[in-house]
Design a protein around this ligand. Structure first.
Ligand SMILES: Cc1cc2nc3c(=O)[nH]c(=O)nc-3n(C[C@H](O)[C@H](O)[C@H](O)COP(=O)(O)O)c2cc1C
Length: 281
């Protein structure tokens, strides 16, 4: 990997030495930082972003990938808090599609979330074809129906009630979900016109954390764009039960889906925010 310091402009401030999480930059007697263990570079770009004189020349960050910005232009803490307070899950959508440009911005925001070791191996699949959306809902209902059947089996039911009362509570909910679905009410996707699955390759140790951090970035961007979204927890639960990965195969997702966002143009907006329970610390 190519990593250099432009000695003619370096002011020897050692900022790169201080910020590098892999300790690749080291102080040297000459004053110009030296390098060690370059192979451990995680390409986070901190060295490039902190250098006041653009003296760190890093192969992964050519000039067109480095952008100056004014910290005064960041949202204030009050603005951010208002966004966090006003963001809500939306479940009532118009039939209008989510504009492509908005989806691009949501993905761009999601992709900027931190990832373990800066791996950036979080991937996105966007589904807006009604056939695919139907497939996702059908599949989820099918899995829940199977689970409900199993849990209602006469030899199983008493044990579930005894040993897993929480699960027993859900069984009647599964039945209701199935009945409603048959009558045309889809409480899985709730009329969303787009679904984004966030996935990683199989067995990626921090895959779930990486994907869900990406989700949250994306959901906040959706809120600022006036696009409604909710977390597709039912679909994720169904996926977790299905070891054969049927849905992923049907939709051509090669990996493990860790998060799902259902999106649509909301029919209405909330004009108030409510307080949550107090912070526990
Ligand atoms: C892990 C997880 C799973 C969720 N699953 C669903 C779901 O399947 N369907 C749904 O409508 N909302 C789902 N939600 C949204 C929550 O119900 C919602 O975030 C919560 O009620 C708080 O409301 P708010 O998002 O408007 O603040 C899920 C949220 C999370 C974090």
């Amino acid at each position: 990997m190519n990593l250099l310091i432009d000695e003619s402009t370096c002011i020897q401030c050692d900022r790169c030495v201080k910020v590098c999480p892999s300790e690749i930059f080291v102080k040297s007697e000459s004053g110009i930082p030296a390098f060690q263990n370059i192979e451990f570079c995680i390409k986070c770009g901190h060295c490039v972003a902190v250098c006041p004189t653009n003296s760190v020349i890093h192969e992964a960050f050519p000039e067109n990938k480095i952008h100056s910005f004014d910290r005064k232009e960041l949202p204030t803490s009050e603005q951010l808090m208002l966004l966090l307070k006003s963001r809500r899950s939306r479940r009532i959508f118009t039939k209008e599609p989510v504009p492509e440009f908005f989806i691009d911005q949501i993905l761009d925001a999601a992709h900027r979330a931190p990832t373990a070791s800066n791996a950036q191996r979080v991937y996105f699949k966007v589904f807006s074809d009604p056939h695919d959306l139907q497939l996702i809902s059908d599949y989820t209902i099918e899995i829940f129906t199977k689970i409900a059947k199993f849990l209602n089996f006469p030899l199983i039911k008493p044990f579930i009630k005894l040993f897993a009362p929480e699960v027993a509570k859900y069984v009647s909910g599964f039945k209701k979900m199935e009945d409603e679905y048959k009558s045309g009410k889809d409480i899985i996707l709730r009329g969303a016109t787009t679904v984004i699955f966030i996935y990683t390759t199989k067995n990626q140790y921090f895959g779930c954390a990486d994907a869900n951090l990406a989700y949250q970035n994306g959901s906040l961007m959706a809120e600022t764009l006036g696009i409604g979204q909710f977390y597709t927890g039912f679909v994720l639960s169904a996926l977790a039960q299905d070891k054969k990965g049927k849905l992923s195969k049907l939709l051509g997702v090669k990996g493990t889906i860790h998060a799902g966002m259902a999106l649509g143009v909301p029919q209405l907006h909330f004009s108030k925010y409510i307080d949550r329970r107090d912070v526990i610390r």
